[in-house]
Design a protein around this ligand. Sequence first.
Ligand code: SF4
Length: 314
Amino acid sequence: MGTAQTVPFIKRSHASTLKPAGDLTLPEGRQPAEPVPGGGRLSLRADCERCFALCCVGPAFSASADFAISKPAGQPCPNLQPDFRCSVHDRLRPRGFGGCTVYDCFGAGQQVAQVTFGGRDWRQAPEIAAQMFDVFAIVRQLHELFWYLSEALAMRPARPLHGELSAALQETERLAGGSPDALAALDVNAHRRNVNALLLRASELARAGARRQEAGPGRADLTGADHSAADHRGADLTGKDPSGANLAGASMRGAYLIGADLSGADLSGADLTGSIFLTQSQVDAAKGDPGTKLPPSLISPAHWLPSAMPGQSG
Ligand code: SF4
């Protein structure tokens, strides 16, 4: 991310995104209860063909179950080719780069490459490289917030907040369109805090009609826990760290999942219909099967298919 920071997520292989590239204002399949004022210009779907592999260079990686290697921030991954394509994109998981299959930049890559920096790339213009990677990390956060705000605007129970949500969405879009210097100077954490508070209020309204369940009596978190067939309808799982948990067959309708780490969690047969602020990256990092029910904006990863072999790239 342009700083000595290790990403807690990774990327899809280049030119192998699960969804086709294209402009998208709202999460696919979601329709706003009312038009989104000022919306419609940000593309939230990654288009690696119009990016310069910013996610393969900017962030630092630490060798782990998700990354076969460590690399410092700002240094290209050794698998990155001169044409910005990944040399192992069709075998990322077997090569130990499974994390690369679940990363989503929310379209920040092409925004920074083509709009913010006007098509200049860090190979031909190394003097802009450091700022480009820093700005990418910031714009990614703004695009992610835009995604959440768009989803919140699609929640009818959150209608009382639509004015505030629309204003926040427009401000987020305005910030994302800033110059490199303006973006580099932006206090994105402050903006994120304000938006998060608004999103939490929206989720409270959306979950009001769902029966709330404690996500585990007496437990601080769900890490690795067996909660198969549990009732998590309308639950707030954001602070429960469900990574590695057995949630097979669980009912998670209307659960609040913003930022929840679902890596390695077993969602086989689970019902996540209507779950709030769930992203494709979270789904991609989890286990599941064709019986897993997802919100219409999300798709089942390839590695959930019965034909997928263990270790196969997602
Ligand atoms: S293995 Fe390297 S080049 Fe390939 S997608 Fe991952 S970070 Fe990018």
